[in-house]
Design a protein around this ligand. Structure first.
Ligand SMILES: C[S@@+](CC[C@H](N)C(=O)[O-])C[C@H]1O[C@@H](n2cnc3c(N)ncnc32)[C@H](O)[C@@H]1O
Length: 293
């Protein structure tokens, strides 16, 4: 279902050897994990993490073929605890391919897509506290506007927040379809016919807020750098500028402190061919660092 972005390139940049210990912090549909398992061989160890319970079911399926995968249901922001509990002190490589999988978008029924009419949830990990439903139905108008502006970089944030609050006075906004329709209704003809669906940025903002994605990424990357062996690599694939900026600033800071070397000075983007065969890959940016000795 999920089409892996930068499949070979990301794993090549991890510079793996047979027997390595590797973390795939975002298992998703296991595209990268399978490639990593092939390269480290049966003497290697692959710790696979995902906060989506369905992804963990897929890890367990894969474990039937590869006994050396260790499936973890958890958040990569707890990478240090996850590894300590598994008796692992340091690792050779860590991969982060952040954001949504096609599986979450298309089959989770948790309201990630503005093209579907599903309960407005958007939690990647359904055991966490806040749903998108809670934000749109209970948060004050100014807070909703701030979330949409900050995490969606949406210029129309105030207009959209006002429409949400007006709508919820008569009925609760329960589904992704209702929210998407509401944003469509207050959009101009030009906005409606633009390439980007008028609800794209609002949905992105709610998802990032619900899953606290930016803080989790910063924490996860910081912990990954700490557990890398000297010469070990960390690869990050980001899908929008807010995520990419987190990686860029953190990597730059660590490079200034001489803890890491920037392997990619500028982020890598996908080939023309991948752009055509996988539209989701168009916005992808990959950054790579290496831990210094
Ligand atoms: C883009 S997909 C990964 C796709 C995967 N590389 C593949 O090839 O199939 C991102 C995955 O990361 C998971 N994820 C996102 N943020 C996470 C976090 N903070 N902790 C753990 N998993 C996370 C999502 O649930 C999703 O399954």
């Amino acid at each position: 279902m999920h089409k892996t972005v930068f499949l070979k390139e990301a794993v090549d940049h991890l510079s793996l050897k047979v027997g390595d210990t590797v973390v795939d912090a975002t298992f998703g549909n296991g595209g990268h994990t399978r490639e990593i398992l092939e390269r480290v061989g049966p003497s290697g160890v692959v710790v696979a993490i995902d906060q989506d319970p369905h992804a963990v079911e897929r890890m367990r399926e894969l474990q039937k073929t590869f006994f050396n995968i260790r499936p973890i249901h958890g958040n990569f922001r707890a990478l240090d605890t996850i590894l300590a509990e598994g008796g692992i002190e340091c690792v050779d490589a860590v991969l982060f391919d952040v954001g949504l999988s096609q599986n979450l978008l298309e089959e989770s029924e948790r309201g990630f897509s503005f093209r579907k009419d599903e309960p407005l949830d958007m939690r990647m990990d359904p055991t966490t506290a806040i749903r998108a439903y809670d934000i749109v139905n209970t948060y004050p108008e100014h807070e909703i506007a701030d979330i949409i502006y900050q995490f969606g970089e949406e210029r129309r944030s105030r207009r959209i927040a006002r429409a949400i609050v007006n709508e919820r006075r008569s009925q609760r906004i329960k589904t992704s379809g209702v929210l998407s329709e509401l944003i469509m209704k207050i959009s101009s003809g030009r906005e409606r016919s633009a390439k980007l669906h008028p609800a794209t940025r609002t949905f992105q903002a709610l998802r990032i807020y619900v899953n606290d994605e930016l803080a989790a990424l910063e924490e996860g990357l910081t912990k990954a750098i700490a557990v890398l062996k000297p010469g070990g690599r960390c690869v990050v694939i980001a899908f929008h500028s807010l995520e990419d900026r987190i990686a860029k600033l953190l990597f730059r800071k660590e490079a200034n402190h001489n803890t890491v070397r920037l392997v990619t000075k500028k982020p890598l983007t996908v080939s023309q061919e991948e752009r055509i065969t996988n539209p989701r890959a168009r916005s992808a940016k990959m950054r790579v660092i290496e831990k210094r000795i």
